[in-house]
Design a protein around this ligand. Sequence first.
Ligand SMILES: Cc1cc2nc3c(=O)[nH]c(=O)nc-3n(C[C@H](O)[C@H](O)[C@H](O)COP(=O)(O)OP(=O)(O)OC[C@H]3O[C@@H](n4cnc5c(N)ncnc54)[C@H](O)[C@@H]3O)c2cc1C
Length: 397
Amino acid sequence: MGLDRTDRDFDGETKFVSPFTFTAWNGTHLIDTGELAEAHEKSMDILNNGTVDFYARMEDNYNLSGNSSFSEMEGFLSYGDLEKWVNLESRQYYTDLGVHLELQDMAMSPLHNMVDFQGMESHVFSTYIAQSIGIGKGQVVGGNMKLVEKLVEASSTEVFLNSTVTTVERLSNGFSVVYQRENEQREMYADYVVIAAPLEATDINFQKFDPPVRQPARDWHAAYIYVVAAEGYKREYFTKDSSRNVPGFVLGVPGRANGLRYITSKSVRNFTYYTVRATRNFTDDIKDMFINPSVRYEQHWAFGHPVFEPHLAGGATYQDVVLSPGLYNLGVMNDVMSQMEGSIIAARNAALSVRIHALQRRDGSSDVDYFTWSPNIGLLIVLFSTVSFLYILKNLN
Ligand SMILES: Cc1cc2nc3c(=O)[nH]c(=O)nc-3n(C[C@H](O)[C@H](O)[C@H](O)COP(=O)(O)OP(=O)(O)OC[C@H]3O[C@@H](n4cnc5c(N)ncnc54)[C@H](O)[C@@H]3O)c2cc1C
């Protein structure tokens, strides 16, 4: 697609790269996680082996699933035997393996908190995703929005931004989709509808579905981000040790760092800009944390990442991938992995499902006779999953 990336495709054997090169903050002390990793060599060996095994299973999952689609989360997890990771609690699992508690709390947990706002109470799948952050890491040069722009371009489909879907109604031959755009209510008709946002965030009114569209509710961690210009840190906020400098990159230990997830910094001319990520409103703490701070930008997401409970806890069930024939829910993947890669897996699955259904309809082998295939797929929910879906659908042969 002509995107510049900072990573390189890697082949050969997958190697664990220790992600513990950062400073963690536990509310009173700054901790060098590189030193911790050195002190817990045996635990690091266990993490090494586990992460490489996890990676191999993910690869198996991709290879074994091939071009088949799944209609429920269990279907996705069955390829490569991934179920067990989402059903186990991280604390119990890593303790049983022999990973030292200090390494879990002061290194693994803040890393996990940085990646998707959780700690050792979460499921093992999400912890392995966080631990594997050092393997093949990279960025799209110019920012991830470039990726979205390129996908929109390559899909050659009309994409409406700033359009809020309010109602989806089942018709005898497809769907009516009502949406709000430029202060006007509009309607379009669609053969298929793909919801590419957490279902509970969309607030869509689903009408005339039998059975009705009702899905298990999930808990979410909110995200707060601030860009702050300041003359430096107030060291005493972070440590009483006057011999320690506070580095530009600090990760908060969940449950101990007042809701701080992490800070990164960049110097531009006479200013240092700090990006502060937190799990709650951090305006007051920013005043205590920096010398002469001025908040230049802030953003709040109510649906940052879902709470990753071990899935079988309390008899929980996943949301459905297929909410009703022809109506797909990509956000179900958030329960397992809440990264862009998860969105692509979900988008690809929906593209495959739509294609399989359309071919069955064309050949007369589908027993579901509720609409006719046309390339006019109604899609309004925007951004990454949607454009991935459109791009993948266009490129399926
Ligand atoms: C602070 C933060 C940092 C992150 N960093 C990373 C990272 O470094 N790497 C990574 O891989 N992942 C990261 N993630 C996760 C990543 O952002 C998500 O996995 C990804 O954005 C999901 O893409 P998506 O298209 O599926 O959903 P989203 O990006 O959530 O898009 C859903 C869209 O649907 C829209 N919408 C909601 N309701 C309606 C409606 N009724 N009608 C129309 N539109 C609607 C929303 O406005 C939104 O634009 C991060 C997440 C957060 C919160």
